[in-house]
Design a protein around this ligand. Structure first.
Ligand code: F6P
Length: 318
């Protein structure tokens, strides 16, 4: 099942789970539309051939949803009944925090074995260096910023570019460094408006005629990109400022090779861990090795921002 915000690489993970099941002689059932489809019994038996030609596709062929009904005990009872009717005896959940929280509650209430695969472009899950879709999203964002830089530089403009990440600045920080942004605003650190102005003034003084500021959706300053534009224009009416919100294009597109390989590894690890009798874990990758993290730790833990990269980004703004 895939649930929550979709991410490139989810299809590659579905393919891997289905084929790992077939390899080990286990019947695999796809659940459509996340927990909502589980409640409604929207199931489809899947074999190795039902997942051909999807490794390269963005989105999720199983579709995704954020189910309100599953948050109620009545909804979870319906889901349990539907799973029992279909003879399902373990779940592989591909998604983020919300998906795993749902899985944990379901396990506590019904003892259903669950295994999580982290799929979200935000890379904000504790217990893995990388979540599925993050690498692809980074490349999408860098490509978009490169294009904006072309026009920013032709017109000597300052651009505020909003990238996804309500609670996490991983996309903003990594794509910002990769695209050579002049400043990066993230939820984990408060750069402060004064420092932003200072930095922009220094850029101008030292000969930069255009600038790119990458802003994570949930940045700590608490102003959205349009408010930031107004703020800068108030102090520097001479600046030609524009805003670009990249939005959901960051969640789409064909997954990168990195995400496809990671998804293939995670799917196999998830199925084989369940077959070994393990439950309530999330598969992840650390130092290039596949690992398991207890699902409650994955949900409760914080994915730390890379302080060394933050320092590098500060040095690069000189
Ligand atoms: O969690 C993934 C994510 O894309 C976030 O970066 C973003 O804040 C959120 O989902 C958007 O959610 P929705 O597609 O429901 O608007």
């Amino acid at each position: 099942m895939t649930s929550g915000g979709d991410a490139p690489g989810m299809n590659a993970a579905i393919r891997s789970v289905v084929r790992a099941c077939a390899f080990h002689g286990v019947e695999c059932v796809g659940i459509y539309r996340g927990y909502q489809g589980m409640i409604e019994g929207d199931f489809q038996v899947m074999g190795p051939r039902s997942v051909h030609n999807i490794i390269n596709k963005g989105g999720t062929v199983l579709k995704s949803a954020r189910s309100k009904e599953f948050r109620t005990p009545e909804g979870r009872q319906k889901a349990y009944d539907a799973l029992k009717k279909e003879n399902v005896d373990a779940l592989v959940l591909i998604g983020g925090d919300g998906t795993f929280t749902g899985g944990l509650i379901f396990n506590q209430e019904y003892g259903f074995p669950v295994m999580g695969i982290p799929g979200t472009i935000d890379n904000d899950i504790f217990g893995t260096n990388f979540t599925l879709g993050y690498d692809t999203a980074l490349n999408t964002v860098v490509e978009a910023i490169d294009k904006i830089r072309d026009t920013a530089s032709s017109h000597d403009r300052l651009f505020f570019i909003e990238v996804m990440g309500r609670d996490a600045g991983h996309i903003a920080l990594n794509a910002g460094v990769g695209a050579g942004a002049e400043e990066i605003l993230i939820p984990e650190e408060n750069l402060g408006l004064d420092r932003l102005l200072e930095s922009l003034e220094r850029s101008k003084r030292t000969g930069k005629s255009s600038s790119i500021v990458v802003v994570a959706e949930g940045d700590k300053i608490g102003k959205n990109v349009f408010e930031l534009k107004d703020y800068v224009e108030q102090y520097h009416p001479d600046y030609d400022v524009r805003v670009s919100v990249l939005g959901h294009m960051q969640r789409g597109g064909s997954p990168s090779c990195f995400d496809r390989v990671l998804a293939s590894r995670m799917g196999v690890k998830a199925v084989e861990s369940l077959l070994e009798g393990k439950s309530n874990y999330m598969v992840g990758v650390r130092d290039a090795r596949m690992i398991l993290t207890p699902l409650d730790e994955a949900v409760k833990g914080q994915s730390e921002i890379n302080q060394e990269l933050l320092r590098v980004s500060n040095i690069m703004t000189i």
